[in-house]
Design a protein around this ligand. Structure first.
Ligand SMILES: O=C(CO)COP(=O)(O)O
Length: 254
């Protein structure tokens, strides 16, 4: 039976020069080597994509962008299209990260267009969803996450729905050191999978990878990855150092 291959993704956000990015990838590959039973995805800033692509040679490593624009080309100063990202060697693109939603005002509608644009260019979107603290405290987590997922998958083909990666990142856990407990993560992941089964199809939902993000660190990685519906991680701060990211890649399954 087909299995969900764990996916560990580094989101470097607005960190690292070209030189720092290349040095990181070279050291990581030297220390970890080829990965076969999991996928490692690195999302450097736009400026370092081409250089990282050139040195990313070990099996199991893939390149991602942190964002893309929804249009293929045109007068959109400062934006980068999915086609350009594919051209530079990206296989994945992070879409709808909470910083894009909350700092740059992206809506569920913009994110739906970006998901469709990414697929149209042959990129696999990593769709980020998650509630803010006030939503969790007022018991609206499931409703918010459901709306975010539902809106983004509207119009996807079964194959696209199968390939899409979903990342649950509770906004209150991002960069705060307050990780969701493994039980809290599992509860929302199971909910997402159940809703995905209703929206798409049960077989598709059983194969879809759902990542957790938000203050993932070497000391909580194993307990998060032990949850049955946690299929990988989207890591910010702890992905900036080879030592901590290496330990996260090498999570120990139960
Ligand atoms: O936003 C994140 C990954 O996309 C999580 O960031 P931290 O791991 O720094 O909390």
């Amino acid at each position: 039976m087909e299995k969900r291959i764990p996916l560990i993704a580094a989101n470097w956000k607005m960190h690292k020069t070209v030189g720092e990015s290349v040095a990181f990838i070279e050291e990581l590959q030297r220390e970890v080597g080829a990965v076969t039973d999991r996928e490692v995805v690195i999302a450097p800033p736009f400026t370092a994509l081409a250089a990282v692509r050139r040195v990313m040679t070990a099996p199991g490593y893939r390149l991602a962008s942190q964002n893309c624009h929804q249009e293929a080309k045109g007068a959109f100063t400062g934006e980068v299209s999915g086609g350009m990202l594919k051209d530079v060697g990206c296989e994945y693109v992070i879409v709808g990260h909470s910083e894009r939603r909350h700092v740059f005002g992206e809506t569920n509608e913009t994110i739906r267009l970006k998901v469709a644009a990414a697929f149209a260019c042959g990129l696999v979107p990593i769709l980020c969803v998650g509630e803010v603290l006030a939503e969790r405290e007022s018991n609206r987590t499931f409703k918010v996450v459901d709306e975010q997922v539902q809106s983004a998958v509207l119009g996807l083909t079964p194959q696209q729905a199968r390939e899409l990666v979903i990342a649950y990142e509770p906004v209150w856990a991002i960069g705060t050191g307050k990780t969701a407990t493994p039980d809290q993560a599992q509860e929302v992941h199971a909910f997402i999978r159940e809703r995905y089964a209703a929206l798409c199809d049960k077989t598709v939902a059983n194969l879809t990878r759902i990542l957790y993000g938000g203050s993932v660190k070497p000391d909580n990685v194993d307990s998060l990855m032990a949850q049955p519906d946690v299929d990988g991680l989207l890591v910010g701060g702890a992905s900036l150092e080879v030592g901590s990211f290496k330990r996260i890649i090498r999570f120990v399954s139960p």
